[in-house]
Design a protein around this ligand. Structure first.
Ligand code: ADP
Ligand code: MG
Length: 313
C-alpha cells in the first residue's frame, strides 16, 4: 500500500471515528460537506503552530499536537461557538514525528468530540501543524471585538501568565516545573464562551498574545479606551500563584503580556455583574471614552510599557 495513504488512514482516519450529526460527506473524499441547521451560522478559524516558534524543539511532539488543536478551538470559544469539525494540514520531518504529533491530535479530537473532517499530510524540513476549526452559533449571536461599549466592565475568565511562566521554566531546564503543564496543556474555554453568549455577552476575545495586547484589539475594534485596574490584577488567583516564584514586576509582566494561556476577555454592562461573578469571571477593568489600553492604580494611569508577542518584531 502507498505509505502516505497508509499513514493517513492508520494515524488519523481510523482513530477518529466520531462524526458530527451535520456531516454529509466526511473524511476521505476531496472535501467534506456539512449541512448547517436552520437558525445557525458557520464559524470558521485557522491557526498554525510551528516547531521552534510556537513550541520548543525539545518538547514532545504529542504535546505539540494537542496544543495546536486546543489553541485553534480557543478561537471558537471567543466567538461563543460550539466546536463541530476540524481540518488538519500537517507537515512532518519523518514518520516518527508524524506519528507522535498524531497521538496528541487524535487525543484532543476525541476529548473535545470534534470531527476530524479532512486534512493534508506532507513531509517538510520542519514540523508544523495548521488547524482549521469549524463550529456553530445561533444566528447573529457572535461575540465580537467591535461590540464593546463605553461604560462596560472588562472581565477575565481563566488565568494569564501561567503559560509564560511554564515556558520560562521549560527553557531554563526545569522540565518538571510547576507551571510547565499550563504551557503544554491548553484548555480551550468553549463551554465558558457558550455560557457568556447565553448570558447575552456580545464582546469577547481569547488572550493568545498577552492580556494588554489582546485588550487593545477590543479597544481599537470598538473605538474606545480600556482601563485595567492594577488592584484587580493583584487580586487574581494567577498573580497569587506566581508570586512565590517571581518578583512582583515579573509576575505582572507575565500576567499582562505573557501569551499562550487562552483565557477569555469580555466586556459587559453593569447589569451582567452578578451573572458574571457567578461563573467565576474576574472584573479587571472598564471601557472608557478614548483610546488604547491603560493600567491604572488608585485612579491614576501607571506608565507601563509592556508589549505582547509580535512575530515580526
Ligand atoms: P487530495 O489529494 O484529494 O487533496 P489527500 O491525498 O491529501 O487528498 O488525502 C486523502 C484523504 O485523506 C482526504 O480525504 C484528506 O482530507 C484526508 N487526509 C489527509 N491528511 C489527513 C490528516 N492529516 N488528517 C485527516 N485527514 C487527512
Ligand atoms: Mg482530491
Amino acid at each position: 500500500m502507498n505509505q502516505e495513504f497508509d499513514a493517513i488512514s492508520r494515524l488519523f482516519q481510523q482513530r477518529t471515528p466520531f462524526k458530527h450529526p451535520t456531516t454529509q460527506v466526511g473524511n476521505g473524499d476531496d472535501a467534506s460537506t456539512h449541512a448547517i441547521p436552520d437558525g445557525f451560522e458557520l464559524v470558521v478559524s485557522t491557526d498554525t503552530a510551528v516547531e521552534a516558534v510556537h513550541w520548543p524543539q525539545d518538547m514532545p511532539l504529542d504535546i505539540a499536537g494537542g496544543r495546536a488543536i486546543n489553541a485553534a478551538l480557543s478561537d471558537l470559544a471567543a466567538m461563543g461557538a460550539t466546536p463541530a469539525w476540524l481540518w488538519l494540514a500537517i507537515m512532518a520531518k519523518d514518520t516518527a514525528s508524524l506519528s507522535n504529533m498524531s497521538d496528541g491530535i487524535v487525543q484532543a479530537c476525541l476529548m473535545h468530540k470534534v470531527e476530524l473532517a479532512g486534512g493534508d499530510t506532507v513531509r517538510s524540513n520542519s514540523n508544523s501543524i495548521n488547524v482549521t476549526v469549524g463550529g456553530l452559533l445561533p444566528k447573529g449571536q457572535a461575540m465580537l471585538r467591535t461590540h464593546a461599549q463605553v461604560g462596560d466592565d472588562v472581565w477575565l475568565l481563566g488565568n494569564t501568565g501561567l503559560a509564560a511562566a511554564g515556558l520560562k521554566q521549560w527553557l531554563q531546564g526545569e522540565k518538571n516545573g510547576c507551571f510547565v503543564p499550563h504551557f503544554q496543556h491548553i484548555k480551550p474555554l468553549y463551554n465558558q464562551g457558550i455560557t457568556l453568549r447565553e448570558l447575552g455577552i456580545r464582546c469577547c476575545i481569547d488572550i493568545s498574545d498577552g492580556l494588554l495586547q489582546d485588550a487593545g484589539h477590543i479597544a481599537k475594534g470598538s473605538t474606545l479606551g480600556i482601563y485595567i485596574d492594577l488592584a484587580h490584577i493583584q487580586n487574581l488567583a494567577c498573580y497569587q500563584q506566581l508570586l512565590p516564584h517571581f518578583t512582583k514586576e515579573a509576575c505582572l509582566k507575565k500576567i499582562l503580556s505573557g501569551g499562550e494561556d487562552y483565557a477569555l476577555l469580555c466586556t459587559a454592562p453593569a447589569s451582567k455583574r452578578q451573572a458574571l461573578q457567578s461563573i467565576d469571571a474576574q472584573h479587571i477593568g472598564t471601557c472608557i471614552k478614548g483610546e488604547g489600553v491603560h493600567l491604572i492604580h488608585e485612579g491614576e494611569i501607571v506608565d507601563y510599557n509592556i508589549k505582547g508577542y509580535d512575530h515580526f518584531a
